[in-house]
Design a protein. Structure first.
Length: 406
């Protein structure tokens, strides 16, 4: 008989791998083209009519790149479109959101100490918020208010900070920062799907039909591409944050997220200025360091909520009432809770790994799947088996988990 929990874990791993691969491709191409555009030499009277050119060397060869504001006189037959990197990243990311946070809502999405939500309510809020983000952002960009890009970026930042506070008020800390990343990434991918690609298709169609394309389509596409450029690094931080409880489990997690977006601006400003040959703004290094120090300071605010939920979730209750739970509780308390505690007893640990506490019945029952995967069917925990968990104890964990699932 197949172990469905193990299969589900491998499916999640495979989707996550795809997500990472496609994200690398998307971010890499995005960063390359922004750097290329900023670094073009536009002070040369090119016979080809191109707006600028750049000579580059890589991998033992030399590349001569030219950019046309609209298009060359003759449209090439083998035009390469950069779009699937963005689409694949978003689709695989949304699949992960379903696998981890929607199907595992009782463990990862809903925190009764934050808000008493049913699974369907939490999932509904998640979906609605992602759609809300794109609609509001897109309408602001298309309005006269969006004509001033600096003003637009400030409003976008205010919206992102507001969403950070909202998410931390309805979801678990881990899910809140992840959702803020998904909210931002959805805007970025929608920019490609709804604005950048359609505008480029209109330009190509006009050229093929012998019409003069409207240069405004390219201007709009470039504006959205620039927004994506400044949002990329914060999204990466937010997606990685679920591994670090000091980021997601602090009471100040929404403010940490707000500062992360500012770090994204300072880092990209440095590289964009460098690529555009507009100086070497090393002040951004200090600004970024100070922002990060502020984040470290904020992370020392109360990391964990002191109170337990008024009542256990349905899934946690099922595991707490399953045969063998009392014995598993003894095993986990003896082998795991010296590290997975509000105040870890293991020397050198200042907080429980990944923010998981295993001190009470509720905490142990709520972490049933992690305990089963990490200490039941694998020997990942305790690390190096430092607390000497016996094979018979691992077998008891497996038996308890399966009893609850039957």
């Amino acid at each position: 008989m197949y172990d469905m929990a193990a299969i589900a874990t491998w499916i999640e791993f495979a989707v996550r791998w795809v997500h990472v691969i496609t994200a690398i491709a998307w971010i890499g191409s995005s960063f390359y083209f922004i750097a290329l555009d900023l670094g073009l030499h536009r002070d040369r009277n090119l016979k080809s009519g191109a707006d600028g050119e750049e000579w580059q060397v890589h991998g033992g060869g030399f590349y001569h790149v030219q950019k046309y504001l609209v298009a060359p006189a003759l449209m090439p037959d083998d035009l390469v479109w950069f779009k699937w990197e963005s689409y694949s990243t978003w689709l695989s990311g949304f699949a992960l959101l379903i696998l981890v946070y929607y199907l595992g809502a009782e463990f990862y999405l809903v925190d009764p100490r934050v808000a008493e939500l049913a699974t369907w309510q939490a999932v509904g809020i998640s979906l609605a918020s992602l759609a809300f983000g794109w609609i509001v952002y897109d309408q602001i960009c298309k309005s006269k208010f969006g004509d001033d890009n600096t003003r637009l970026m400030i409003v976008l930042y205010v919206i992102l900070v507001g969403m950070a506070y909202f998410y931390t008020s309805v979801f678990s800390g881990r899910a809140a920062l992840l959702h803020l990343g998904a909210f931002t990434a959805s805007i970025m991918s929608a920019n490609v799907f709804f604005i950048i690609m359609p505008n480029q298709r209109i330009v190509v169609a006009d050229l093929k039909a012998g019409r003069t394309p409207d240069a405004n389509y390219g201007k709009i596409a470039k504006q959205r591409s620039t927004h994506n450029n400044y949002l990329t690094l914060p999204v990466i931080f937010l997606m990685l944050s679920n591994h670090y409880p000091l980021a997601f489990a602090s009471e100040m997690n929404w403010l940490i997220a707000a500062l992360v977006f500012l770090m994204g601006v300072t880092i990209r400003h440095y590289f964009n200025s460098l690529h555009a040959r507009q100086g070497n703004p090393t002040w951004t290094w200090l600004a970024t360091a100070l922002l990060f120090i502020a984040i470290i300071w904020l992370s020392t605010a109360p990391v964990f909520r002191a109170t337990e939920p008024q009542k256990a979730s349905g899934a946690a209750l099922r595991f707490a009432q399953a045969d063998g739970f009392e014995r598993v509780q003894d095993i986990v308390t003896g082998r795991c809770s010296m590290c997975h505690a509000a105040e870890p007893g293991w020397e050198g640990l200042l907080w429980p790994p990944k923010g998981i506490r295993l001190e009470t019945e509720y905490q142990i029952a709520s972490a049933a799947k992690q305990i089963y995967i990490q200490a039941g069917i694998t020997n990942a925990m305790p690390p190096a088996n430092l607390s000497h968990m016996e094979p018979t104890e691992r077998a008891e964990i497996v038996a308890w988990f399966k009893a609850a699932k039957d």
